[in-house]
Design a protein around this ligand. Structure first.
Ligand code: ADP
Ligand code: MG
Length: 238
C-alpha cells in the first residue's frame, strides 16, 4: 500500500521558513498534483518526500511507515526531474539500467525488466545513443524509463515537461497518465501549469507561500475556488 502522508510538515532554511502546516494524505494509486507559483515550495516538499531534503518538523509516512530518516533509495520512490539529469557519457541503455546494476540486480533480471519499459516509452531504437543525440522529449522519456524500471510504488515528478515544447508536452502528458494507470503507482506531480494540473490530477493541492491554499478535485477547485488567490491562479470561466 503506497500511501503518502505528510503530518504537520515544516521546513526552514536558516532563518527562512519555507513550509509550514503541511498536512496531506495521498491515497494508494492516487494522482496528486502540487500546483502553485514559482517559489511557493512545491519542489521543497517533493524533495522532502524523496529524501533529498531534510524535514525540519513533522512526520512523513509512506505506506504507513515513518520515513523522515530513511535513505532515498530505501523509500520505494522514483523521481523524474525537470532537467532530465541523465549521465552524458552513458548510453540510453546504461542510463536506464545503471541504478539496477549498482544495486546488484542480476543481468538477466535487468534485461527482463528493460524490455517492457523500453516498449512502453518507445525507446527501442535509441538504446545505444548518448543523451546529447536525443531531443528533449526523448531525453525525458529516458528519465521516465529510468524511474519506471525501479518499479517504484510512488512516482514523484518535478515539472517534468517544463523544458519541452507545447506539442511534446501534450503527448508526454498523455503517456504519463497512461503509465500511472497501467503501473498502478501512486503519483505526486509538481507543476505551475494549471492545464497540466487539470488534466492529470485526481486531486490538486494548490500551494501558496509554503502552505496549502486549497485542495480538491480539478472540478471543485475550478468551479469553487475558496480564495481570491485560488480564483486568480486557476482562472475563472469566461
Ligand atoms: P517551487 O518549487 O514552488 O518553485 P521551491 O521549493 O524551489 O519552490 O522554493 C521554496 C522556497 O524555498 C523559495 O523561497 C526558495 O527560494 C527557497 N529555497 C529553496 N531551496 C533553498 C535552499 N537550498 N536554500 C535556501 N532557500 C531555498
Ligand atoms: Mg520547483
Amino acid at each position: 500500500m503506497a500511501t503518502v502522508e505528510c503530518r504537520d510538515i515544516r521546513k526552514v532554511y536558516g532563518a527562512l521558513e519555507v513550509m509550514r502546516d503541511f498536512n496531506l494524505k495521498v491515497d494508494d494509486h492516487e494522482f496528486v498534483v502540487f500546483l502553485g507559483p514559482s517559489g511557493c515550495g512545491k519542489s521543497t516538499m517533493l524533495r522532502m518526500i524523496a529524501g533529498l531534503e531534510e524535514i525540519t518538523g513533522g512526520d512523513l509516512l509512506i505506506g504507513g511507515e515513518r520515513m523522515n530518516d530513511r535513505d532515498p533509495g530505501d523509500r520505494g520512490i522514483a523521481m523524474v526531474f525537470q532537467n532530465y539529469a541523465l549521465y552524458p557519457h552513458m548510453s540510453v541503455r546504461e542510463n536506464i539500467t545503471f541504478g539496477l546494476e549498482r544495486s546488484g540486480v542480476p543481468k538477466a533480471e535487468i534485461d527482463r525488466r528493460l524490455a517492457p519499459v523500453v516498449d512502453a516509452l518507445g525507446l527501442g531504437i535509441y538504446l545505444s545513443r548518448k543523451p546529447a543525440e536525443l531531443s528533449g522529449g526523448q531525453q525525458q522519456r529516458v528519465a521516465i524509463a529510468r524511474a519506471m524500471i525501479k518499479t517504484p510504488e510512488v512516482f514523484l515528478f518535478d515539472e517534468p515537461l517544463s523544458n519541452l515544447d507545447a506539442k511534446l508536452r501534450g503527448s508526454l502528458r498523455v503517456e504519463i497518465a497512461r503509465l500511472h494507470r497501467s503501473l498502478k503507482t501512486t503519483s505526486i506531480y509538481v507543476t505551475h501549469d494549471q492545464l497540466e494540473a487539470m488534466t492529470l490530477a485526481d486531486r490538486i493541492v494548490l500551494m501558496k507561500d509554503g502552505k496549502i491554499e486549497q485542495m480538491g478535485t480539478p472540478e471543485e477547485i475550478y468551479q469553487r475556488p475558496a480564495t481570491l488567490f485560488a480564483a486568480g491562479f486557476i482562472g475563472t470561466p469566461n
